[in-house]
Design a protein around this ligand. Structure first.
Ligand SMILES: [Zn+2]
Length: 298
């Protein structure tokens, strides 16, 4: 099925569930980054986490950045998502492929020890940030640990990316369930048993489950009200104007060195790989802009 993310609430309870199919988004990320299977799974899981958290945002313009910095061969995974379902991300090292562990792509081995940083920009002057040590590097458990430790919200997170023997991503998705209130013991038991029995996300996506069906299985058939449906999309916000602004922000000293080299400068977007070419004359113009900024005339 086409990529979809839904946000739901369990009728009569303070339980929120979001679930997503993100196969096309992860395929696009793999295509743009040329990532190997294990690396694609790592990036795909964090991208899916971003899509899920984006769908929980109250406003389309709210933004989330998730960054894993780690000691494993992948080095870093960075994802940005917003409340409109748009997401983008990149890996420190996309050429990482490890032998499978217990029949699954060894994302934990590719990530290793590290830290998950979460930044939320909800339009206030200061973005809120939180960071937790990675639990396993498998991403879903690490996000659950972030919610429990930094936001004090007990959460269940499951993420999955399936890579076929020809190394192509063929299924991706995930769900996130959050408990905003203390629940009666029998309801907790029902949910725990349902979560323990739910098939893996990749199996459900490959079977053709919708996001709603995934949540229904995860929550053992509790009645759900869908409050939001979005289409997740890979979207990079880079542009020549933004790259120019970044160059100006480097400052006059840095730009003077680039401009005096009389060479073209190629600036590559880490997210989508687009390369922006700046001629010596254009660099000179940016240098004058930076000098004007520093002299306070702009
Ligand atoms: Zn880009």
């Amino acid at each position: 099925m086409t990529d979809t993310v839904i946000s739901t609430v369990v009728e009569g309870e303070d339980i929120y569930g979001v679930a997503a199919i993100t196969t096309q988004v992860v395929q696009e990320a793999q295509r743009l980054r040329g990532a190997c299977p294990t690396a694609s799974a790592a990036l795909g899981r964090l991208l899916t986490g971003g899509v899920l958290m984006g769908c929980l945002c109250k406003d389309l313009t709210h933004r989330i950045a998730l960054q894993v910095t780690c000691k494993g061969p992948i080095q870093k995974i960075h994802v940005e998502a917003n409340g409109a379902g748009q997401v983008r991300g990149y890996l420190g090292q996309p050429v990482v492929n490890l032998p499978s562990r217990r029949g699954k792509l060894d994302v934990g081995g590719a990530v290793g020890k590290g830290v998950l940083h979460v930044m939320r920009d909800v339009g206030h002057r200061e973005a809120s940030t939180g960071a937790v040590p990675l639990v396993s590097g498998e991403i879903a458990e690490d996000l659950a640990a972030y919610f429990a430790q930094s936001e004090q919200i007990p959460s269940a997170v499951s993420l999955g990316v399936f890579v076929s023997p020809d190394q192509q991503v063929t299924a991706a998705g995930g769900f996130l369930i959050q408990f905003h209130a203390t629940l009666p013991d029998d309801l907790i038991l029902h949910i725990e048993q349902s979560l323990a029995a739910v098939p893996s996300v990749t199996n459900m996506v490959r079977e053709g489950c919708t996001p709603q069906e995934m949540l229904q299985r995860a929550l053992g058939g509790l009645p759900l009200n869908v409050v939001r449906t979005l289409t997740p999309q890979w979207a990079c916000r880079c542009s020549r104007t933004r790259v120019s602004q970044t160059l100006v922000a480097l400052g006059a000293d840095e730009l003077r060195q680039l401009a005096t080299g009389q060479r073209h400068e190629h600036v590559r977007c880490e997210f989508c790989g687009t390369t922006y070419d700046f001629t010596p004359a254009e660099l000179d113009a940016l240098l004058h802009e930076a000098m004007a900024v520093e002299q306070g005339s702009v």
